[in-house]
Design a protein around this ligand. Structure first.
Ligand code: NAX
Ligand code: ADP
Ligand code: K
Length: 499
């Protein structure tokens, strides 16, 4: 895992690195500028003309160093704007300013109430404010940002788009640079994970600037990202003398006449994720589809729901395509009061619980809930903003000892210990119906194989997204859920054979 830091934690890590590593503050800035330039030239290969818009803090200091480094790489068409809208400046800005003046790079100083110069360059590099932003922009900075947004062809931001807070509610931050690319230092800013940031940045790229890893890891953070090593260290290799009994019997209660596909997708994903045995509990109208499509999967008659609490099954998933009719509501209330195996609740099971919140109190510790945004809001109340929603997921997961998998482009796995693990795998080609049903099947299979619920959730969301990424890399711009399932064993093999 890698901790994701707030702006004040970033400052702490910067300061700690400067004190404890053989690197001075100005050299750390140079490293950041070099890392930026390396990424920039790999993204924009045709040596565009650039305007570098610099504030007078350390983000601006980065901008000045970037100008110098681009010049040294043969960029001839560089203009540096220095935005002198107040008298503040940092020492490292000042050092880089003096260095810049020894180069023949065009510098233009901008003062309040002056007309803004025209923008003719191909790219504007935005180094006005970085993670030091402490309030929404007001004039004259606000007008400058609006002007750049209106006039610039392409903007590339240094560390974070100017005007965007590094974390927290973005509601009042309307005046933000709209960047094609953001080249950000060391780890993604927490704000990049929320859909609201999407209108201000198309892509972000993380570059390593060698901040102190040990200190970063020691900080008490709310957010961390799921890394490849977290998967390798958790995935168990299938043993030589293992047999179907070794990998557990999973059961999925899902489907109704018009949404039987959801049950089939979950069951198939469960099969491909390696459950020893998979049973689905579907209405009899789905039996011929099941037998034709998934001969490996068994069926449990809906009249035998009492079997679910007998210990026969090692894990249980409830919800995909289940429906929310009276009969279902009644049987779920009874079921959830039973002593069930490790449990995943998804889709209609969540909707039934949302309509009868008392059922939440019946859920055993470590039950996994997999709501998308709307299901989450139905369960725990409406949130106007993603930051509020995610913090609510954290609070509810710790208060109720549940595992809440809040699904989105970046899925948030809120654990009972208060930590939120963020999944970065996955891509927009996966935005199609049935994808969530597949995730449920994956999770139920992992629980059947004996993974602890928190590990199953972390593994499950990663594997799901990674399977989508493999297909996208093969050129699939749209991925039907049933195609993604077939890639799951490849992901598991890739990550378990490298232990
Ligand atoms: N050693 C370090 O601290 C490093 C810092 N780096 C860069 O430094 C940036 C952070 O620099 P700073 O902390 O100097 O801050 P910024 O450069 O982001 O902002 C400068 C100053 O602007 C003022 N300000 C904040 N919000 C404002 C607003 N809404 N309107 C007007 N003024 C406002 C604040 O006084 C702030 O300190 C990072 O984003 C990164 O680009 C990198 O050079 C890596 C090393
Ligand atoms: N743009 C995207 N990028 C990454 N993952 C996505 C994207 N769109 C959807 N997904 C993933 O697909 C799944 C969709 O779940 P859900 O909305 O419950 O689907 P359904 O109800 O159709 O089965 C989630 O796991 C989500 O993370
Ligand atoms: K910036």
């Amino acid at each position: 895992m890698q901790n994701l830091l707030t702006a004040s934690q970033i400052r702490e890590v910067d300061a700690y690195t400067i004190i404890n590593e053989p690197v001075s503050s100005i050299d750390l800035m140079e490293r950041a500028a070099e890392a930026f330039v390396n990424k920039f030239v790999s993204l924009y290969t045709d040596r565009p003309s650039v305007i570098i818009c610099c504030g007078t803090g350390n983000n601006g200091g980065d901008g000045l160093a970037i100008a110098r480094l681009l010049f040294e790489r043969g960029y001839t068409n560089i203009v540096v704007w220095i935005v002198r809208y107040n008298n503040k400046k940092t020492d490292d800005f000042e050092v880089n300013y003096k260095r810049l003046l020894t180069y023949s790079i065009q510098v233009q100083e901008l003062f309040p109430a002056e007309q803004l110069p025209s923008i003719t360059a191909d790219v504007v590099i935005d180094a006005l404010f970085g993670s030091g932003l402490n309030k929404p922009l007001i004039d004259p900075w606000r007008s400058l940002v609006r002007y750049i947004n209106k006039e610039a062809k392409v903007v590339v931001s240094v560390d974070i788009p100017t005007g965007m807070p590094a974390e927290g509610n973005m509601e009042t931050f309307e005046n933000v640079i709209i960047a094609q690319d953001v080249i950000t230092f060391q780890a993604p800013k927490i704000s990049f994970l929320f859909p609201e940031s999407g209108k201000f940045l198309k892509r972000f790229h993380v570059v390593d600037i060698g901040l102190h890893q040990g200190f970063m890891a020691s900080l008490d953070t709310e957010f961390c990202s799921i890394m490849n090593d977290d998967i390798r260290s958790r995935l168990k290799v299938r043993e030589n003398f293992s047999h179907k009994g070794t990998y557990g019997h999973a059961c999925i209660l899902a489907g109704n006449e018009h949404t039987m596909g959801a049950a089939l997708l979950s069951a198939e994903a469960c099969l491909y994720t390696g459950a020893g045995l998979t049973t689905v509990c579907i209405p009899s109208s789905g039996l011929s589809a099941l037998n034709t499509r998934l001969p490996e999967v068994m069926a449990l008659d809906r009249s035998k729901l009492s079997e679910l609490g007998t210990g026969k099954y090692k894990s249980l998933g409830i919800g995909p395509g289940l429906g929310t009719g009276e009969e279902i509501r009644g049987c779920l209330s009874e079921l959830l009061a039973d002593d069930l195996p490790p449990l995943v609740l998804d889709a209609d099971a969540l909707n039934v619980v949302a309509a009868n919140k008392n059922l939440l109190t019946l859920l055993k510790a470590e039950t996994i809930l997999t709501p998308h945004m709307k299901e989450f809001d139905r369960l725990f109340g409406h949130s106007d903003h993603w930051w509020d929603r995610v913090i609510k997921a954290r609070t509810e997961a710790s208060r109720r000892k549940l595992i809440i998998v809040l699904k989105n482009r970046y899925t948030f796995v809120a654990l009972p210990d208060g930590k939120i693990w963020v999944n970065f795998t996955g891509n927009p080609a996966m935005a199609s119906g049935g994808m969530g049903d597949v995730l449920t099947g994956i999770l139920v299979a992992l629980l059947a194989q004996g993974y602890k619920a928190a590990d199953a959730a972390i593994l499950g969301v990663f594997i799901h997204g990674k399977a989508g990424d493999l297909l996208a890399a093969e050129g699939m711009g749209v991925i039907p859920a049933s195609c993604l399932i077939k890639k799951i064993p490849n992901v598991i093999e890739d990550f378990s054979s490298s232990i």
